[in-house]
Write a protein that binds this ligand. Structure first.
Ligand code: PPS
Ligand code: MG
Ligand code: MG
Ligand code: MG
Length: 392
């Protein structure tokens, strides 16, 4: 384990948001273990614990359970009067008559996960939470955000489609203060810590999930990346292993963006689904700046983790006209990429705006995250040059 050292201890201990960061990382670590278990169950048998939302997007037992445990852990550790959360899921579906089995499964999952809190140095509930307490924890995430004060932003499972496919997904938690993201934590349960464990499909590039090669002693599956604003550092920690105790903040190591600034050597990443971002538009932009590598298509905010770790140099997302990006799909990733040395803006080169409620209001066309300013400038210019002839 020579890669890991304790420089992180001094750096994190002096952090202004020390307490919040510690609790957030622990909550996300717990959520990652919960998701790994559920993903294995969902993949190994047909299961009716997957629902379709009004926009036809999927939501699973894991989305609600993670929202419940993160909400409960933050409130317990920081005081419920001080915790306000904007999150993706609501309890409407769970309150329907036919949802009893699903709700029962969520309550069981939440309690199993919270019972492990002492391994993370957190308090577990004195008694297992009742159904109404679990619903209350999920429902408490009803903040509407805004431009003043503090609120947390949670995407309990980002890339639910990737989660259901046994592929990449993330648990994303950020703290926003006076409209600016100040902490970002991304749990990436299928994203190997070690670069040598990354493998790619041919054709276009994908990170292969390693569900089949999980061994309790190998450090090759799953990590949490995190950063605190203006520290100039971003960190990565492996997920906690069976029976081990989580020692904060040991075993983290610093991550940095790639130093590659030659487009010919750079790799860009983008959403897997072309419904979420135009693959043809980004292919045109890539061609015009001289990006030659096949795109790396990854579900979820793991794309931001890939940029922060130096596994790719550019992330582009251009949703169809009319789609409004949500703050929980970007807040954590933005802090982490910036603190790892990267640049994140909209296509007009402006910072993303997290202060106007649940949407990234005023977003100019799409999102561009780059390892460095030179690449970023080239991509912004290329987007401008291609925009008018695109059908976006
Ligand atoms: N039409 C459309 N356009 C753009 N974005 C959309 C769209 N629909 C959904 N979403 C949001 O995309 C989130 C997943 O983004 P990804 O980049 O991971 O997409 S992909 O799965 O790789 O295609 C996904 O987050 P989760 O719902 O948490 O999975 C959505 O918030
Ligand atoms: Mg969703
Ligand atoms: Mg999401
Ligand atoms: Mg989600």
């Amino acid at each position: 384990m020579e890669d890991y050292n304790n420089t992180v201890v001094e750096s994190v201990v002096s952090d202004k948001y020390f307490k919040e960061l510690e609790v957030a990382v622990k909550a996300v670590q717990m959520a990652c273990l919960l998701c790994q278990r559920i993903q294995q169950t969902l993949l190994s048998k047909t299961n009716d614990h997957v629902q379709s939302k009004d926009d036809n997007s999927p939501v699973t037992i894991a989305d609600w359970s993670v929202q419940g445990i993160v909400s409960w852990v933050l409130s317990e550790a920081l005081g419920s009067d001080f915790v306000s959360i904007v999150a993706e899921e609501d309890v409407q579906e769970l309150s329907k008559v036919g949802a009893f089995g699903l709700l029962e499964a969520i309550v069981k999952t939440v309690n199993e996960c919270l019972a492990e809190a002492p391994r993370f140095g957190l308090r577990a509930p004195v008694m297992a939470l009742s159904t109404s307490e679990v619903l209350e924890a999920i429902d408490r995430c009803n903040s509407i955000g805004g431009s003043s004060g503090r609120f947390w932003v949670l995407d309990p499972v980002d890339g639910t489609l990737g989660f259901l496919r046994g592929d990449q997904y993330a648990i994303a938690l950020a703290l926003i203060e006076d409209g600016e993201p100040v902490l970002g934590v991304l749990g990436c349960p299928n994203y190997p810590v070690k670069k040598e464990c990354l493998s790619y499909h041919n054709g276009y590039r994908r990170i292969i999930s390693r569900l089949t090669s999980l061994s309790s002693e190998s450090w090759d599956r799953g990590c949490v990346v995190y950063a605190s604003k203006d520290c100039g550092n971003a960190w990565m920690q492996p997920l906690l292993h069976k029976e081990k105790k989580f020692i904060w903040p040991n075993s983290a190591r610093q991550i940095k963006v790639s130093t590659v600034d030659n487009p010919a050597l750079a790799t860009f990443c983008e959403p897997v689904e072309k419904a979420n971002s135009s693959h043809s538009f980004t292919a045109g932009v890539a061609h015009s700046v001289g990006l030659r590598n096949q795109p790396l298509r990854i579900h979820s905010m793991v794309k931001y983790a890939a940029i922060a770790r130096g596994d790719a140099e550019v992330f582009m997302k251009f949703a169809r006209a009319g789609y409004k990006e949500k703050i929980w799909d970007h807040a954590a990733g933005v802090v982490i990429v910036q603190e790892a040395g990267g640049v994140v803006t909209d296509a007009g080169g402006r910072p993303l705006c997290f202060s106007k409620g649940m949407y990234l209001e005023g977003l100019d066309r799409g999102i561009i995250a780059c390892a460095g300013a030179r690449l970023h400038e080239k991509i912004v210019k290329a987007v401008d040059a291609s925009w008018n002839s695109s059908s976006l």
